[in-house]
Design a binder for this molecule. Structure first.
Ligand SMILES: Nc1ncnc2c1ncn2[C@@H]1O[C@H](COP(=O)(O)OP(=O)(O)OP(=O)(O)O)[C@@H](O)[C@H]1O
Ligand SMILES: [Mg+2]
Length: 246
């Protein structure tokens, strides 16, 4: 267990740990040495201004951006250089910020696509998803592209959950939704977490995101600014002024 020795104590027990990651596009660095960890059964929320590198961080974790320095450890294994398909096989799923459903496929077909590396239990898993998201059962033969934003977000989350991930990455799951649908989506996030899935989420609605999160990180210009419990961040003066509108 050579790896574990090198980890900081708090990160040693982590499900996911991001250590000093420097990454970007082309020649340009967007992340300048970012660290973060997610423990078993936690909801962790990342907040920060537009362009801070939140999506880039999530893509780096999921193998979609080249990491130039630092490393990502998931379930004790260094996954820094792995492609997304290998990361999925190890129990992590990712719901991107946009274009996260197959619009011309039905709800049911979207869920089947989600189960692409599952060799059995697809029906059972789909029934479980219909129980978690009853609206998707009603609409299972509807093309995903014709559904409302909130419903599409539920399709995207259900599709990711078809593989029973240990960790679910959600990039702005409430973006563009009305307050009512946003609340509904975050309630589902809490419910998914109660069922034993750890969650790393980016949320532009900082208050709502932090309220349901065990811990949170504030990212600005590709660097860690603050991290603490969700509650402490909600009460933090700087966070209040910059992100909570007060
Ligand atoms: N594919 C790309 N190629 C080049 N630059 C990119 C690419 N994607 C993002 N960037 C740049 O990286 C920086 C960080 O973008 P990123 O999408 O990670 O920010 P974000 O914090 O998720 O912002 P938002 O809140 O708007 O979603 C921005 O300056 C952006 O223009
Ligand atoms: Mg983003």
């Amino acid at each position: 267990m050579e790896q574990a020795v090198q980890l900081k104590p708090e990160a040693a027990s982590a499900l996911l740990s991001v250590e000093n990651v420097r990454a970007g596009y082309g020649e340009m660095d967007i992340l300048h040495g970012v660290h973060l960890h997610v423990r078993e059964n936690e909801i962790v929320c990342v907040i920060g201004p537009n362009g801070a590198g939140k999506s880039t961080l999530m893509k780096s974790i999921f193998g979609l951006v080249n990491i130039r320095e630092g490393r990502i450890v998931f379930r004790g294994e260094d996954i820094t250089a792995l492609p997304p398909v290998q990361i999925v096989r190890r129990g992590m799923c990712y719901v991107p910020q946009t274009a996260n459903v197959f619009p011309s496929l039905t709800v049911e077909e979207n869920l089947e696509m989600g189960a692409f590396i599952r060799d059995r239990g697809v029906r059972e898993k789909m029934e479980e998803m219909f129980e978690l998201f009853p609206i998707l059962k009603e609409r299972r033969r509807q093309k995903a592209g014709t559904m409302s934003g909130g419903q599409q977000q539920m399709v995207a989350m259900a599709r990711a959950l078809m593989l029973d991930p240990a960790l679910l990455l959600l990039d702005e799951p409430t973006a563009g939704l009305s307050p009512k649908f946003a609340e509904m989506v975050l309630e589902k996030v809490t419910e998914i977490n109660r069922r034993g899935v750890s969650i790393l989420m980016i949320e532009q609605n900082a208050r709502a995101g932090l309220e349901i999160s065990h811990r949170g990180y504030v990212l600005t210009t590709g660097r860690n600014r603050l991290d603490d419990t969700g509650r402490a961040l909600l009460e933090n003066e700087e966070v209040g002024r910059l992100f909570l509108g007060g």
